[in-house]
Ligand binder design. Structure first.
Ligand SMILES: Nc1ncnc2c1ncn2[C@@H]1O[C@H](COP(=O)(O)OP(=O)(O)O)[C@@H](O)[C@H]1O
Ligand SMILES: O=P(O)(O)OC[C@H]1O[C@](O)(COP(=O)(O)O)[C@@H](O)[C@@H]1O
Length: 321
């Protein structure tokens, strides 16, 4: 069986670990592995090549994706999807594995309905915004990048008696902000999924200042779109000089953590164990187990943030815990 892999949407650390496992485990199972370079764009343009052991030498510790990624406008046009199909037929590819977010899964679902190329999807996005799935490749590494940045910001924030507003990525999802705020002892956490009460936070902060607090760390998810406003609020209402740090794309990079590597290997193992006889599924991670789910189930559900974490973080939003 000839199986091709592509990475699609935002890259995330750990994709390379999964790619290495893909090549090595494919050969172990007597499949022939292929790479599709540049995501869906490369599939349209026929950038497909047989993969060898030497292609994955030394990549386990590298962030990003050696086969690169893309977002593709052309994919929405059937004419280009047909081109993609013809490219796969030319090389007699039987099935696809895709690493990406739900956009990428939808992309292959449409493709399957039209051309019957079976696929398995593996969640890979720092946003961690896939329904019925608690973990996506890239998340643990992104959280560690954020942790390290916050540790450094704390040094300067405490030395200068300032408030720092730290913006995390995640599109409309506040997962990275929520977990980072709890695990790094932030004073404020704003995420798009939750309301917040600045008056109550003000009351609390002013009391804390009286008791000796001399700096603040506020984690604001990009989806809230209030980073600048919160900086000004600290200056106006709390009387603290403030600075903004937008963490940006550094959250997508870095050497994959140990948890990342282990999970990436397990995601890929389950994908290859099922690609032949149980395809058109997404591998998900729930309650410490890897489970295959139908895409429809995922598309028709909404992702949810961990309830315990939300309870713990409520006071950081000015809400009752
Ligand atoms: N509903 C859809 N139907 C077909 N293709 C889609 C759909 N949504 C997204 N795609 C394709 O998948 C690509 C990756 O999706 P995107 O949402 O950017 O990233 P992610 O996979 O991380 O969610 C898009 O650039 C587009 O080409
Ligand atoms: O790399 P770009 O195009 O600037 O996109 C930034 C976006 O990509 C992400 O880093 C990852 O998003 P996806 O995994 O859904 O592609 C988001 O957190 C962020 O909003």
């Amino acid at each position: 069986m000839k199986i091709a892999i592509l990475t699609s949407g935002g890259d995330s650390s750990g994709m390379n670990v999964a790619i290495k496992r893909f090549v090595e485990y494919s050969y172990e199972k007597n499949f022939t592995p292929y790479f599709i370079y540049d995501g869906l764009e490369g599939l349209i343009d026929g950038k497909i090549k047989k993969a060898n052991y030497k292609d994955v030498r030394g990549i386990i510790c590298r962030g990003g994706t050696i086969i690169r990624s893309s977002r593709s406008k052309r994919w929405f046009d059937k004419e280009y999807r047909k081109k993609a199909y013809e490219n796969l037929k030319k090389q007699s590819i039987d099935a696809l594995i895709i690493l990406g977010g739900d956009g990428s899964f939808r992309a292959l679902n449409v493709f399957y309905k039209e051309f019957k190329i079976p696929f398995i999807g593996i969640p890979a996005t720092i946003d961690n915004d896939i329904a019925l799935n608690e973990y996506s490749i890239g998340v643990d590494t992104a959280l560690n990048v954020i942790r390290s940045a916050i540790d450094d910001i704390r040094d300067t924030a405490s030395s200068f008696s300032r408030a720092f507003v730290i913006e995390t990525m995640g599109r409309e999802c506040g997962y990275l902000a929520l977990i980072s705020a709890i695990s790094n002892g932030a004073e404020m956490c704003l995420i798009p999924e939750m309301s917040y009460n600045l008056d109550r936070l003000k009351e609390k902060y002013l009391k804390e200042i009286k008791n000796g607090r001399n700096y603040f760390l506020a984690i604001v998810a990009e989806g809230v779109k209030k980073t600048e406003f919160i900086k000004e609020w600290f200056e106006r209402e709390i009387g603290f000089e403030s600075r903004i740090t937008i963490l940006g794309h550094i959250q997508r990079g870095g050497a994959p953590t140990t948890i990342e590597r282990l999970r990436a290997v397990e995601f890929m193992s389950l994908a290859l164990d099922n690609i032949e006889n149980n395809p058109n599924k997404i591998v998900t991670f729930c309650d410490d187990k890897f489970i295959l789910r139908n895409l429809e189930e995922i598309i028709n559900s909404k992702y949810s943030l961990p309830k315990k974490a939300l309870e713990i973080a409520k006071p950081l939003m000015g809400l009752d815990g």
